[in-house]
Every structure is written in C-alpha cells, then in structure tokens.
Write a protein that binds this ligand. Sequence first.
Ligand SMILES: CC(C)(COP(=O)(O)OP(=O)(O)OC[C@H]1O[C@@H](n2cnc3c(N)ncnc32)[C@H](O)[C@@H]1OP(=O)(O)O)[C@@H](O)C(=O)NCCC(=O)NCCS
Length: 171
Amino acid sequence: MERSGSPPGAAVTVRDATPADVDALVAMLVEVAGEGRWIGVEAPVDVDRRRQRMAADVEAEDAIVLVAEAGGEPVGQLGLRLAPYGVADLGMLVAAGWRGRGVGAALLAEAVRRAREAGAHKIALQVWPHNAAAIALYERFGFRREGYLRRHYRRRSGELWDAVMMGLPLD
Ligand SMILES: CC(C)(COP(=O)(O)OP(=O)(O)OC[C@H]1O[C@@H](n2cnc3c(N)ncnc32)[C@H](O)[C@@H]1OP(=O)(O)O)[C@@H](O)C(=O)NCCC(=O)NCCS
C-alpha cells in the first residue's frame, strides 16, 4: 500500500521520541496490531494504557524510544528496554505503507549505536517464525537465532504461537 502525498524515496530520519510523539506512535501501534500477525500486541488495544506506557518509556532512564520520520510524518518506531544485567530488549514496527524502503534498517542501525552507547553488551528480541521480513532484517544486522519457544504465546483466538529468540552481542 503506497501512501499518497509521500514520495517513495522520501529521506528517512531517526530521532528520539518526545512526549509530543506519543499519540502518533500509539496510533501506529494500533494499526500494526490490527494487521493481526506481526507483533505481540493484539487488537483491540487499550489505547489509554498504551499511551501511559509509551509516555513513561519516552521519559524513562532505562528505555530508549526512537521514531523514524519521512516527509515530516512518523513512519516507524523502535523501543529498547535496558535491563540492569546489560541486555537491551528490542521491539520495532514500520507503518504498512512504508515497509521495504529502508525505514527498519535506519531504525535498527541507530538502535545498535544507542544500545552500545548505553553500555548494553547485547540486544535481544523475539519474533514470530512466520515473520520472514523481520527475521531477514535482523539477520542482515548480525542477529543470530538463539532459541525457540514452542506453543508459548496464547493469542486471543486461543491459538498458541511459537517464537524465535534472537540476539546480537555488542561486546
Ligand atoms: C520488520 C519490519 C520492521 C522491517 O522494516 P522495513 O522498513 O520494511 O525494512 P527495510 O526496508 O529497512 O529492509 C531492510 C532489510 O530487511 C529485509 N526485508 C525487509 N522486508 C523484507 C521482506 N518483505 N522479505 C524479505 N526480507 C525483507 C531485507 O533484508 C532488507 O534488506 P534489503 O532492502 O537490502 O533487501 C517491517 O516489515 C514491519 O514493521 N513489519 C510489521 C511489524 C513487525 O513485524 N515488527 C517486528 C516484530 S519482531
């Protein structure tokens, strides 16, 4: 799906999220949750609770929230939670109309830099086994598969989904 009014080659910039971004970032999360097959969050999303959590993360010392912008609008987001034992847990998403144009790679490159700067020795994440685009992106950045969780996450449909654990050592 192309977004009208935004050129396909619009330059992508990545910056820290601010409290002013919270509503737009949660709206993007709601959209991607509505796709039903890429992220852990499922519809219907408790928007008020998500806004509170996002607002807290944006200000938190142990979290980094990055926003990717193109043509002046937010088109992607990435969160890192810094555990006291040195691992940065990563979650990310790109708006459907902007995928496949380097937004994810731009977010991930900055996340690796920032995790290192924050003193993390490793980035860790979980991804659904069917999410080929995400796994390819992570592998391109050097993440390796470290584990496999079988029938681990109960979805609202009642299905139990597997998850791949991936890690990128930074030391
Ligand atoms: C996964 C996701 C973040 C990737 O972001 P993106 O902006 O589309 O990724 P990029 O355009 O930067 O792609 C970078 C690399 O990822 C891989 N990739 C991206 N899309 C791909 C696809 N559809 N199939 C295979 N590989 C793909 C390629 O290696 C690509 O490198 P290349 O352009 O040199 O071929 C995006 O698809 C997304 O938000 N999906 C929905 C939410 C989600 O899955 N979040 C991750 C949950 S773990």
